[in-house]
Ligand binder design. Structure first.
Ligand code: COA
Length: 147
């Protein structure tokens, strides 16, 4: 997909009725993970989800919550497998940064998740700490958005 086509991608808030469609583009939920499916339903009901939508339908989504020391925290960023590597993740992160209502915006990901960390650094986020003990042998790196 070229940059022109990417211009057709719209980022907007998800409707509650789109919960099933989001399950369909979530690589974990679509495999049958009941917890992820339930989380998607709750995030949609609570109005926490931004979606990226193209001509073919939903391409990705992200979730921002404000329960982390009352600062914004990107709980989830997911791009449909077939839509990766086209700037959709970047688009969602930039939309989140622009709409964040708290002074600071954080996220975290596993050390092993190199695609997510490359994306965060390119989008202007900085690593601010490492947390051991969540996933055995794969610590969580926290990032802060420089905005
Ligand atoms: C991590 C993730 C969100 C990235 O989303 P994405 O839409 O692929 O991200 P982008 O397209 O913005 O960037 C990915 C790559 O595509 C490249 N790219 C972006 N736009 C491009 C374009 N128009 N043409 C060619 N390449 C492009 C970027 O340079 C980047 O390359 P790099 O990885 O070599 O640095 C996605 O891989 C994903 O959903 N993973 C599973 C869930 C996950 O791990 N989420 C994070 C933890 S919650």
């Amino acid at each position: 997909m070229d940059a022109t086509h990417l211009g057709d991608v719209v980022v907007r808030r998800a409707r509650e009725s789109e919960s099933d469609a989001l399950v369909g583009i979530d690589a974990v939920a679509v495999e049958g993970d009941a917890h992820r499916r339930a989380s998607i339903g709750k995030w949609c009901r609570d109005g926490l989800v931004l979606v990226a939508e193209g001509e073919s339908g939903l391409l990705g989504y992200c979730v921002v919550e404000y329960t982390f020391f009352e600062q914004g925290f990107v709980t989830m960023l997911m791009v449909a497998s077939a839509a990766r590597g086209r700037g959709v993740g970047r688009r969602l992160l930039d939309a989140v940064a622009a709409s964040c209502t708290s002074p600071k915006l954080f996220t975290s990901t596993n050390v092993s998740n190199q695609p997510m960390q490359r994306l965060l650094r390119r989008a202007g986020w900085s690593p601010v700490g490492l947390l051991h003990g969540l996933d055995e042998g794969d610590p969580e790196v926290f990032y802060l958005c420089d905005r």
